[in-house]
Design a binder for this molecule. Structure first.
Ligand code: ZN
Length: 348
């Protein structure tokens, strides 16, 4: 996807910081990047100057490469001052990956939501050599392409622990409605949902900064998926609820520091776009469901582009999420097809 600012948004910096470097986006607030070995090839991290140490927001994947970049950052832009706290916005591996490393290696305090911590620690401990029965059943229910299914059923699945460092016991919980002091500012904490459950966002009371994690991104729509862990979850419903709530906090002067892509201003516009994107997708999907279709058969109306092998998994969980939302909202019916797939059809 092109990096041009969506209509109504502005990017104060058109170019991200180079590897091992930082851009000071506000007094005492550094923006840095770590690489990811995927189509989305980077994650943004931030460091906030607490005087005697740094609070770091998110951590990147656990790999020797990122540990090396972190050491460069600590000796470079972080000027040898210790990382005393790590704040993790949500449990996804590109954000929580090195939290345990900061705890064990540097004695940092981990601050995150209870759901994020429980999910991350549970998933790091859940080692699977082959996909478990529930996962196979979930893929079948989603109508996964037979060839993809055969291949994935035989492979070692993605394991959280492959890219997330072991997490020791102990963390500090943050909750909706609390505040936290970081980088000389007081930040109100508001929970997002939908992309990840209990996803923390931070809204400065003292200036115009918002740390949004992946709940709010500038030029891409955060992935929203249903997984075998909770097949009847409704993350689209939760996403829309969270965005409608966070929209009320948005101001045009805010500088939004997200987990990917570029920092931006124009948050009221972006919140409207993020909400409208999903309403648009639901409307196109509903129109497409004149005959019963499985999740795997619904990529065309949802994504309006060809889905490659590297995106198939994410596209499938996103299609399940949208279909299940229509079904749980009472706008569609569903039944099991002979091949085991749930197929959905619009009502009326
Ligand atoms: Zn992310």
């Amino acid at each position: 996807m092109a990096d041009g600012a969506p209509v109504g948004l502005r990017y104060p910096w058109e170019t991200p910081p180079e590897q091992g470097r930082a851009i000071e986006v506000a007094p005492g607030v550094l923006w840095m990047r770590l690489p990811l070995p995927m189509k989305l090839d980077h994650v943004n991290i931030y460091a906030l100057d607490d005087g005697d140490g740094w609070t770091v927001i998110d951590t990147g994947f656990a790999s020797n490469k990122t540990r090396g970049i972190w050491r460069d950052l600590m000796g470079g832009p972080l000027a040898g001052k210790p990382v005393t706290r790590v704040v993790v916005t949500h449990h996804h591996p590109d954000h929580v990956g090195l939290a345990g490393w900061f705890q064990t290696e540097f004695g940092a305090e981990l601050i995150t939501t209870r759901t994020a911590w429980l999910f991350a620690r549970m998933l790091t401990l859940d080692v699977q050599d082959t996909p478990v029965t529930e996962t196979l059943e979930f893929w079948r229910s989603a109508g996964m392409d037979a060839e993809v299914f055969e291949q994935r059923a035989a492979e070692r699945p993605f394991n959280f622990g492959d890219v997330v460092a072991p997490m020791p016991l102990g963390f500090t919980r943050i909750q909706q409605g609390q505040s936290i002091k970081m980088g000389g500012r007081t930040w109100d904490i508001h929970m997002g949902n939908g992309h990840a459950p209990e996803h923390a966002t931070f809204w400065s009371r003292d200036d115009n900064l918002v740390i949004s994690g992946d709940q709010i991104l500038s030029s891409i729509s955060p992935n929203i998926g249903v997984y075998a862990t909770e097949p009847m979850a409704d993350p689209i419903g939760e996403w829309l609820e969270a965005c409608e709530r966070l929209k009320l906090l948005a101001r045009d002067d805010q500088l939004v520091l997200g987990g990917h892509k570029l920092p931006f201003t124009g948050l009221p516009t972006r919140m409207r776009q993020l909400i409208d994107n999903h309403h648009g997708a639901l409307a196109r999907l509903s129109a497409y469901l004149d005959t019963p279709k499985s999740a795997a058969e619904c990529f065309a109306p949802l994504f309006k582009r060809k889905i490659g092998a590297g995106e198939y998994g994410l596209a499938l969980v996103e299609a399940v999420a949208h279909l299940s939302h229509l079904y749980q909202d009472g706008a569609a019916t569903r039944h099991r097809r002979d091949d085991g797939a749930w197929v959905y059809q619009r009502k009326g």
